[in-house]
Design a protein around this ligand. Structure first.
Ligand code: SF4
Length: 262
């Protein structure tokens, strides 16, 4: 989200309350002193009900402190869960869903130009008494922005020991979502499985190495190797075209892995 907005020419400040371990009062006062023209609150759906009650407290405090600043939420949610989240967090002006970094750039552009956001795709918003939903546009996942890791260093977000190297491990998403229907998994309530091309992922790896000196990567896809052809092509090309000395790991279902792939 931050990377996409910055690529579009916007200045972005990021406050991760968990990393900073700060109170609501500190979050609000830091936000006020940043003089924002738009505030975006991230909705994580790992613990949906708890998340929404926390976000509503944060949103209500920010709306009171900065009543004239547009306050939006965003999350990689499907339509049903986006509507439920918008209803649970009434202090928000709207909520971006599906692949929210794409409509976020459009939202910032509309607000900057003083234009209406009523028809913004991929948005749930309160219009008068009604909750309006505009379906998301089809997005080109190869245009996924490179994350702004200088704003939130990946060392703050640790992985399991077997995924961790001696140096900083950068998470990269080659795909999002998962097509499997495991009833216990939160991934299935998200938007559908979408993948990037091998070219796009290799380009992100090269950019991460050039910008941040990255040497280790965790492919944080919920399930790697859903398409064996894709996985085989990636494994072949990352050796010949990827950053030299790259260490990478991934997570997959065991039934997606066979002797040829290993
Ligand atoms: S395969 Fe894994 S990521 Fe996919 S739905 Fe099942 S548990 Fe979730």
């Amino acid at each position: 989200m931050a990377g996409g907005l910055r690529d579009a020419g916007h200045e972005v400040s990021l406050a991760d309350q968990h990393v900073k371990a700060c109170s609501l009062e500190v979050i609000v006062s830091e936000t006020v002193s940043a003089h924002p023209e738009l505030i975006l609150l991230m909705h994580s759906d790992y613990n949906r009900k708890l998340e929404e009650s926390i976000l509503e407290r944060v949103a209500a405090a920010l709306a009171t402190a900065l009543p004239d600043v547009p306050l939006w939420g965003f999350g990689r949610l499907d339509r049903e869960h986006a509507v439920a989240a918008a209803e649970a967090i009434p202090s928000l002006h709207g909520l971006l869903f599906d692949e929210p970094e794409f409509p976020a750039v459009a939202l910032a552009t509309l607000l900057e130009a003083g234009e209406s956001t009523d028809s913004l795709p991929g948005a749930v918003q309160q219009l008068g008494e009604e909750l309006s939903v505009v379906e998301p546009e089809r997005v080109d996942m190869d245009r996924t922005p490179i994350p702004a890791w200088d704003l939130a260093h990946p060392s703050h977000y640790g992985f399991s020991p077997h995924q961790q190297g001696e140096d900083t491990v950068f998470p990269v998403l080659a795909s999002r979502g998962c097509p499997f229907p495991c009833f216990y998994c939160e991934v299935r309530v998200r938007p559908p499985w979408r993948t990037r091309s091998v070219d796009a992922v290799l380009e992100e790896l090269s950019t991460l190495q050039a910008r941040y000196g990255m040497r280790s990567v965790f492919l944080a896809d919920p399930t790697f190797a859903i398409q064996k052809d894709w996985a085989m092509e990636f494994c072949r090309r990352v050796q010949s075209e990827g950053p030299r000395g790259l260490r990478w790991s991934c997570m997959s279902r065991t039934d997606r892995v066979d002797p040829e792939l290993t």
